[in-house]
Design a protein around this ligand. Structure first.
Ligand SMILES: Cc1cc2nc3c(=O)[nH]c(=O)nc-3n(C[C@H](O)[C@H](O)[C@H](O)COP(=O)(O)O)c2cc1C
Length: 215
C-alpha cells in the first residue's frame, strides 16, 4: 500500500482513503488452551538486581541448542555478559538506544544474538539464518520462564557501534540484544513505562491471520 500523509488530505479525501485501511481486531484473552510457559512469558522491563546463577545461563543456551534449523545448520551465536563482568556488560549496554537504557540498566544479563550468514559446509548464503536465530531466541525465551526468569529482546541499539565494540567478524549478522533477569517491581519504573508495563497485552485474534482457504 502506498504511504499517504493523512494530515494533508481534505475531509473528503480522508473518507475515500480510509476504506484502504483494514482495522484488525485484537483481544487480551487467551482463546484456546496453550502451554503455561507460553502463557506466562512476557517481555518485562522491571528486572530485579538478583544475579543469575551460572547453571541457569547454561540452561538458556542449552535450550537454543535444541531448536530446529534449516539443514540443521544451527547458525546462531551469542555473546553474553553478566553485571559481574562490568566491562563487557557496559560495552553492550552503551550501544542501546536511550529508551532501552532506562530499564535495561537493571538487567543482570545481556545477550547479543547473531547468525552466521553462510553455511559451514557450502560457501553460500544461508537464506534462513536469521529465521533460525529467531527460533532459537524463542526457545531461550521460553526456557527463561521455566527458570523463573523473563527476557526482553531489543532491536533498539546502535548496530555499527555494537559491531565495532564487540569486534564482530563479517561472517556474522547481529540481531537482537536480549535482556534477562528475575522480575522486579514495576513500581520502580518511571511513570510512563510503569503504565505500559501494567497495561493489558493485546493480540490479533486468529481470524486476522489464519485461514483455511486460498487468498
Ligand atoms: C525483534 C524484536 C525487537 C524488539 N525491540 C524492542 C526494543 O528495542 N525495545 C523494547 O522495549 N522492546 C522491544 N521488543 C519487545 C516487544 O516490544 C514485545 O515483544 C512486544 O511488545 C510484545 O510484548 P510481549 O513480548 O510481552 O508479548 C522487541 C521484540 C522483538 C521480537
Amino acid at each position: 500500500m502506498q504511504a499517504t500523509v493523512l494530515s494533508k488530505q481534505s475531509p473528503v479525501d480522508i473518507l475515500t482513503f480510509l476504506p484502504n485501511f483494514t482495522i484488525m481486531q485484537k483481544s487480551s484473552t487467551v482463546h484456546y488452551p496453550i502451554s503455561e510457559l507460553i502463557r506466562s512469558r512476557r517481555s518485562i522491563r522491571h528486572f530485579s538486581h538478583q544475579p543469575l546463577e551460572q547453571d541457569k545461563i547454561g540452561s538458556l543456551f542449552e535450550a537454543t541448542r535444541w531448536a530446529p534449523s534449516s539443514t540443521n545448520e544451527q547458525p546462531w551465536f551469542y555473546i553474553y555478559a553478566t553485571k559481574e563482568q562490568p566491562e563487557l556488560w557496559n560495552k553492550i549496554y552503551d550501544c542501546l538506544n536511550e529508551g532501552n537504557k532506562i530499564w535495561a540498566k537493571d538487567a543482570p544479563l545481556l545477550i547479543v544474538s547473531m547468525a552466521r550468514k553462510k553455511f559451514t559446509r557450502y560457501s553460500v548464503e544461508n537464506a534462513h539464518a536469521i529465521y533460525d536465530l529467531g527460533g532459537a531466541n524463542s526457545f531461550l525465551s521460553i526456557q527463561a520462564v521455566e527458570l523463573g526468569l523473563q527476557v526482553r529482546q531489543m532491536a533498539g541499539f546502535n548496530l555499527q557501534k555494537l559491531n565495532e565494540v564487540l569486534n564482530i567478524p563479517v561472517e556474522y549478522e547481529l540481531s537482537v540484544v536480549i535482556a534477562v533477569g528475575y522480575p522486579g517491581d514495576p513500581e520502580n519504573l518511571p511513570e510512563n513505562l510503569r503504565l505500559r508495563e501494567l497495561a493489558p497485552r493485546e493480540r490479533y485474534i486468529q481470524e486476522e491471520f489464519v485461514m483455511n482457504k486460498t487468498f
